[in-house]
Design a protein around this ligand. Structure first.
Ligand code: HEC
Ligand code: HEC
Length: 400
């Protein structure tokens, strides 16, 4: 072989090596552009601490208090009920993607966040939520803050767990209108989701199908991570008296008083005793009485009964009550002093709860109650909305 031949061979060799290098590099680039979805978070959300089993365990100052309702109803240093915790950071993060992803609905138009928008206190600002094809639901969307502490879900308390609750919106024709079969088919058909589920549920083989229980578990994990316990009120309760001003303290005192009796039902620190109560709140003009808990409990004494809602972040979730009938907090607190049963339709005999009576609160006291309710606002742990979704759909479907 002559010198020229060697040089030519050398050039060809270098050329091929470079070409091979480039090809390998570009397939790696393709691979990396495929990972549009970041890996799942390995840290717990704020308010939770990771234990050695990769579980997020709730952490807050209320855990220092062992007394449940012992210093008296409305006591400041009262323990919280048990929370749903122990999910892994990855499960919580996967739940966050699912929560914002409209791919969970039949036609990819509605996500959980459509009606539970973090920017609106995880509600939607509507008196009655709007579901599939513009269908108007009969009730307003409750906030989801601190929902991991709740034993009864829905306004009428018809679900006993978050897993059970979510089957309502997912599979109701009027809401997300999906079916279990179609939901599984859709998610299993999306490679990003298959990877993320494999990461969040590492016990299974990578190629295993996504299951319904995994979907429910991830969304539950995310919902139960929505903690709001760092309000001005909380700082006051934990022993910092300057956290509330004079008017707010006056409001707190009205709230806890046996005249107003708010704290009998809206018991701190969750601001609900988690019971069903008939208070006789009105329906919007022209709408029939909502039978509430009478239906799921099959009990006529519960007619018009609703779950006592938590009042945390209440400032953010107007309009108020199951019916969204009251536009402002001032109107809502006014309801309690307008006379027991004043809004009950004439042809109805509701068993109005004994703590609903005639407290004859003054305008001044009602204003202070509103001042106090606004001290329950705390959105410091608001989760980040995903910038892009594993399904490739956009996260812009919010009711408003
Ligand atoms: C079309 C609007 C809409 C969509 C979509 C929707 N919800 Fe709701 N959600 C509501 C309404 C309205 C209620 C109250 C219904 C009732 O009480 O009868 C509710 C109730 C709830 C509750 C009970 C809260 C409590 O305090 O009792 C939870 C939890 C919840 N939704 C979570 C979800 C999750 C998770 C998704 C997605 C899988 C979802 N929602 C999708 C409107 C919606
Ligand atoms: C007998 C129990 C009871 C008492 C006492 C009570 N509430 Fe309520 N509260 C409820 C129930 C039940 C609802 C939901 C009713 C509905 O949706 O029709 C509610 C709803 C509310 C709401 C609207 C919550 C939302 O998410 O829309 C506010 C605000 C409120 N109460 C404040 C007060 C204040 C202030 C007092 C004292 C003046 C008070 N409550 C006394 C049981 C009670």
């Amino acid at each position: 072989m002559n010198k020229k031949g060697i040089i030519l061979k050398g050039v060809v060799f270098v050329f091929f090596t470079a070409a091979l290098w480039w090809l390998l590099g570009s397939s790696a680039r393709m691979e990396s552009s495929y990972y549009e979805v970041p890996r799942l978070n390995c840290d717990c959300p704020p308010g939770f601490k990771l234990n050695e089993n990769n579980e997020c365990i709730a952490q807050n100052l209320y855990m220092a208090y062992t007394t449940n309702n012992d210093p008296g109803v409305g006591g400041l240093k009262t323990a919280l009920p048990e929370i749903r915790d122990g999910f892994s950071p990855q499960q919580i993060d996967l739940g966050r993607y699912l929560f914002f992803d409209p791919v969970l609905s039949k036609d990819g138009t509605i996500s959980c966040a459509t009606c539970h928008d973090p920017k609106k206190g995880f509600s939607d600002g509507l008196a009655a939520s709007i579901g599939m094809n513009g269908h108007e639901l009969t009730r307003s969307a409750p906030s989801l803050w601190n929902v991991g502490y709740l034993k009864l879900l829905f306004w009428d308390g018809r679900a006993k767990s978050l897993e059970e609750q979510m089957k309502g919106p997912l599979f109701s024709e009027e809401e997300m209108a999906n079916t279990p079969e179609n939901l599984l088919k859709t998610l299993n058909g999306i490679k990003n989701y298959r990877m993320l589920f494999a990461e969040a549920f590492p016990g299974r083989e990578k190629d295993n199908e996504i299951t319904l229980d995994e979907i429910y578990k991830a969304i539950t994990a995310f919902e139960a991570s929505l903690i709001s316990l760092n309000s001005k009120y909380d700082r006051y309760a934990h022993g910092y008296p300057q956290a509330l001003n004079e008017k707010e303290i006056e409001g707190l005192n009205v709230f806890r008083s046996f005249v107003a009796r708010c704290a009998e039902c809206h018991t701190p620190p969750l601001f609900t005793n988690q019971q069903i109560a008939v208070i006789g709140s009105p329906e919007p003009d022209g709408k029939p009485l909502d039978p509430g808990a009478e239906v799921p409990y099959n009990d006529t004494t519960m007619r018009g009964g609703f779950k006592v809602p938590s009042l945390r972040n209440i400032e953010k979730t107007a309009p108020y009550m199951h019916s969204g009938n009251f536009a402002t907090l001032r109107e809502t607190v006014q309801f309690y002093t307008d006379g027991r049963g004043h809004a009950v339709p004439e042809n109805e005999t509701l068993r109005v709860h004994w703590h609903i009576w005639e407290p004859e609160l003054t305008g001044y006291e009602l204003d202070r109650l509103v001042d106090f309710l606004k001290t329950l606002t705390d959105e410091s742990f608001i989760p980040e909305e995903p910038a892009s979704l594993p399904s490739g759909l956009s996260n812009t479907n919010h009711n408003s």
